[in-house]
Design a protein around this ligand. Structure first.
Ligand code: ACO
Length: 333
């Protein structure tokens, strides 16, 4: 079964409530019809009646809950929560109301925070920053986690590497500056995400242009230090590095460059040393190897919120909703 079909099957086993705030985009309604028909999640769509009518008229969304942000009996509850959460940042009831009406992503996150929804999917017509920022401000990280990061599940056809061609790549989406502790945390979260989504043991390669000290530079030391931190903090995780990506994937190269490594030659979780490397890396594999790349999925948030590509199709939204619902199942455990 393809990865995304596994996610949809898993989502159906314990249905969660996911908010779709982009009623201004027809793809939201095309996806909603499929999600509801297949029973993947319960849906809340935030939108003014005229937008819902205009963009949703060709789709059967009768099973969704439509919330008009200008006429919602729960609105005051969300305004109060917004003010409570952001009082130290100077948030007032007037500003909260205005922000929620202007940017439904805030509304959606407040629904989650108040227990009325389990997760949010947005980004078909908003940038990654616009999608992620409200979640970072309102939902915050899980206890003990310092930084949210973004990973992709990459599924490469006819591939002998990784877990039968399946990988987690991180951070490909969020953090623009990395030090060793942040890199270590990304590795730990990515290992947990691999186990959650792929269901196999993660083998984490901390990538660099150097393998086990073959080059000397601060960039290399940063990765090597992160490896040490993961080994100390999470002895349950198989991690190694720093290593080049050929040593991480290929057992012949691994024998030459990193003999005896428990990860080299068998890595399935690739942690990149910078956002540039991660973002470019997943897109190269996606395009050149004709791989499926699902994400960016955010890890480390207290509740699941996930971003879409602006070039996405309705089916991509269905897939991301399924993954978000699966994360919500885990968050509720
Ligand atoms: N983890 C947890 N919290 C964070 C993080 C993080 N990684 N980054 C920022 N925050 C928090 C801050 O602490 C702050 O909280 P506060 O308001 O309560 O104090 C809040 O989020 C806003 O932080 P800012 O520093 O003002 O950050 P900003 O809003 O400028 O940006 C963002 C955050 C949007 C994630 C930014 O880092 C970003 O744009 N990253 C790159 C996104 C991107 O363009 N990715 C590539 C495209 S995606 C793709 O191709 C798949």
């Amino acid at each position: 079964m393809a990865f995304i079909d596994e996610m949809m099957a898993k989502a159906k086993q314990d249905k969660k409530t996911i908010v779709l705030p982009e009623s201004m985009d027809e793809r939201t309604f095309a996806a909603a019809e499929k999600i509801l028909k297949q029973g993947i999640a319960n849906l809340i769509i935030i939108g003014k009646p005229e937008d819902v009518e205009k963009n949703g008229k060709n789709y059967d969304i009768s099973g969704a809950t439509i919330v008009d942000p200008f006429n919602d009996p729960n609105k005051q509850k969300y305004i109060d929560k917004f003010v409570e959460l952001r009082a130290k940042k100077g948030m007032t009831p007037e500003a909260a109301k205005e922000q929620m009406e202007k940017d439904y992503m805030y509304y959606a996150c407040l629904m989650c925070k108040c227990g009325d929804a389990d997760g949010v999917v947005s980004g078909a017509c908003h940038s990654t920053g616009n999608t992620i920022r409200p979640a970072l401000q309102l939902l915050k990280t899980k206890p003990g986690i310092h930084s949210v990061s973004g990973f992709f599940v990459v599924e490469v056809p006819n591939c002998e590497y990784g877990e039968q061609g399946r990988f987690v790549f991180a951070d490909c989406a969020v953090n623009t500056d990395f030090d060793s502790p942040k890199l270590a945390e990304i590795a730990e979260l990515s290992a947990d995400s691999f186990r959650q989504f792929i269901g196999a043991e993660p083998k984490v390669a901390m990538l660099s242009y150097s393998t086990m000290g073959s080059a000397k530079h601060d960039d290399v030391t940063k990765v090597a230090e992160a490896v040490k931190l993961v080994k100390e903090q999470r002895p349950d995780i198989k991690v190694d590095g720093e290593m080049q990506v050929d040593a991480a994937l290929d057992s012949t190269v691994a024998k030459l460059k990193a003999p005896g490594s428990p990860v080299a030659g068998q890595a399935n979780t690739l942690v990149f040393p910078s956002l540039e490397a991660g973002n470019i890396g997943y897109k190269l594999v996606q395009r050149l190897a004709k791989a499926n790349a699902y994400g960016p999925v955010l890890q480390g948030l207290s509740m699941p919120v996930n971003d879409l590509s602006r070039g996405c199709y309705a089916d991509d939204i269905v897939g991301v909703v399924a993954m978000t619902a699966v994360q919500a199942q885990e968050a509720n455990k």
